[in-house]
Design a protein around this ligand. Sequence first.
Ligand code: NAD
Length: 353
Amino acid sequence: MKIAVLPGDGIGPEIVAQAVKVLEVLRADGAKIEMESAPIGGAGYDAAGDPLPDATLKLARAADAVLLGAVGGPQYDTLDRPLRPERGLLRIRKELNLFANLRPALLYPELAGASSLKPEVVSGLDLMIVRELTGDVYFGQPRGIEVRNGERVGFNTMLYSESEVRRVAHVAFGIAMKRGRKLCSVEKANVLECSELWKEVMIEVAKDYPEVALSHMYVDNAAMQLIRAPKQFDTIVTGNIFGDILSDAASMLSGSIGMLPSASLDEHNKGMYEPIHGSAPDIAGRNLANPLATILSVAMMYRYTFADLATADRIENAVKKVIAQGLRTGDIWTEGTQKVSCSEMGDAVVAAL
Ligand code: NAD
């Protein structure tokens, strides 16, 4: 299993180093893993004048999975747009055709106090949002701003082809099969033809997965239900723009950005795995960052790309153990728990493994 390791910028190298320690434990235990690092984002620009250097893309293409830290930093904010770190990230997702974005929102019982919702509403929360990542109104043509009838109009096109919906549907049903076998498809079929087609295709694909209970919900109601009673959901599948908004709302149910991993998959379950947070320039280089989202991204890599559920469980259980032991980085620290550094947290997970 070849893993391309792309630490990126800011806290990226610090948190990825902890995830690499975890991979090294697995390798010592017999996992056949090869790891190779390359620069991306600001680090790519510094090394090769490009936020996605050719050599980095080549390495990522040849790998079975990509582990990414984060990109971006204030020193790059004045570069021309195509040279900015975030462009490297968007380009690698597009180049690798990573159309299915998986974002779990999971709350560890010990961290219930960190959520902005009441503990009884979020305690035990474990939901997965599958967001289509390469289509919809973000990519549909025509798009633009032009003058019509003497005034400017802005327009975009919400567009999904059957095949685009079908492939993300298969990913979502497959994930629901590995979880609670409940899939909620979120759209706006009462108003949008694009959503009507989305819903029809979901119903067609559901025939291949008779064990999964498929339900449908309008996006406005879904936004309300996520805040009102988020535990009613197991797996949600939705389009690019609805997923963009709902997955950010859902991530905050668990209260701690430093805890949430993500995966972006292609048709063959090749994936890029990264924490949902950014490069946190405010704490970079000080060994303060929470590495757990990155370590949990490695667990997702084992679950979805390597289909090794036992190892995925092993990593997730190690994280649960260090949380239960009361170890906390600054972002999740509360009175009565033990504050640790980024590398101490990594060491604790390694010991728990
Ligand atoms: P951010 O996620 O980097 O930080 C937001 C806040 O959360 C900060 O206070 C930060 O210290 C804290 N934080 C984030 N991750 C943490 C962790 N692991 N442990 C402890 N605290 C953590 O978002 P931002 O400040 O809006 O953006 C900073 C830079 O990151 C920008 O250049 C932005 O473009 C980039 N960014 C990159 C990605 C990505 O690489 N996927 C995502 C979002 C933002």
